[in-house]
Write a protein that binds this ligand. Structure first.
Ligand SMILES: [Zn+2]
Length: 290
């Protein structure tokens, strides 16, 4: 009887550290010292997207970058934070200015999101960075952050500032990027669960999008569906506080477009990372034991 050959994830180009043997992790670390850390919470993303959306995008993006740099990516951390929304944002979305609403947790939604308190989130990310840079001995950590909350970005900026302190003499060791939003799309605020994000999720995890879970016709009220375009977050809502037609996932979801913008963003990040960390330019062929 022929033994079936098992294809390991890394042999298929997936460098998830959970599936690597220690000699492979050590070998990759010696080659260029980079590890990638995908993070984002479980969060409401409309009825049509799986709740892991942000993390699944971060995961797919980390996998793409890790293949490029032939380095491990840490198993995706499902962590993220949010805060009470500002009165002007609440008004723009279509709520009273004094409503108590954190992040995307609107009162009509059937399930809440898994937001950690901001200080807990900061501690978890901080300790993970200490593990990767300290105990595990990597030289660089690239965080792929799938969640765009203001306080999430603040925490990551603060941690980068702390870990990159010039007085440590270790240079820049940590940076963070978004998954799949190329510069061409990042001009204003990023929409939530709109056509772009839906297209990217459909491209990277096809089973995690189901447009049939949305009503076939009619407008989508921001407050009812939690699908909110970037202009509305930026303080420019439609008069009836419904999603703009141009951002409607029912009409504008295209897998090819999602794949294209993710790849465009990946190429931008690869160029940026090689510029910041020139050591990554001298990449030798990885030897994966089979
Ligand atoms: Zn999202």
């Amino acid at each position: 009887m022929n033994a079936l050959k098992t294809v390991r994830p890394v042999e298929a180009g997936d460098w998830n550290m959970a599936f690597l043997f220690p000699d492979e992790v050590a070998g990759a670390r010696a080659r260029n010292g980079l590890v990638i850390l995908p993070i984002a919470p479980v969060e409401w993303h409309g009825p049509h997207l799986a709740m892991g959306c942000d993390n699944l995008l971060a995961h797919a993006f980390a996998r793409r970058l890790a293949r490029e740099f032939q380095c491990p990516y840490y198993p995706p951390l499902f962590v993220g934070t949010e805060r009470q929304r500002r009165p002007e944002t609440l008004e723009s979305i279509g709520f009273e200015r004094d409503s108590r609403i954190e992040g995307m947790d609107f009162p009509n939604h059937s399930v809440a999101s898994a937001y950690l308190r901001e200080e807990v989130f900061a501690l978890v990310v901080r300790d993970t960075l200490n593990i990767l840079l300290g105990r595990m001995g990597f030289r660089y950590v690239l965080i792929v952050n799938g969640h765009g909350a203001d306080n999430q970005k603040d925490v990551l900026n603060r941690l980068c500032h702390e870990f990159n302190d010039p007085s440590s003499g270790k240079g820049q060791r940590v940076k963070w990027v978004y998954p799949g939003f190329p510069r061409s799309l990042l001009a204003g605020a990023i929409g939530h669960a709109c056509a772009e994000e839906t297209s990217m999720l459909a491209a990277s995890w096809p089973g995690c999008v189901d447009l049939a879970k949305l009503p076939r016709e009619g407008k989508l009220r921001n407050a009812d569906f939690g699908i909110v375009d970037g202009d509305t977050f930026d303080g420019d809502p439609t008069p009836d506080h419904c999603l703009r037609e141009a951002q409607d996932p029912r009409r504008h979801t295209r897998r090819e477009w999602g794949a294209q913008i993710m790849e465009e963003a990946a190429l931008e990040v690869i160029a940026e990372v090689k510029k910041d960390w020139p050591e990554l330019n001298t990449l030798r062929e990885a030897s994966v034991s089979s």
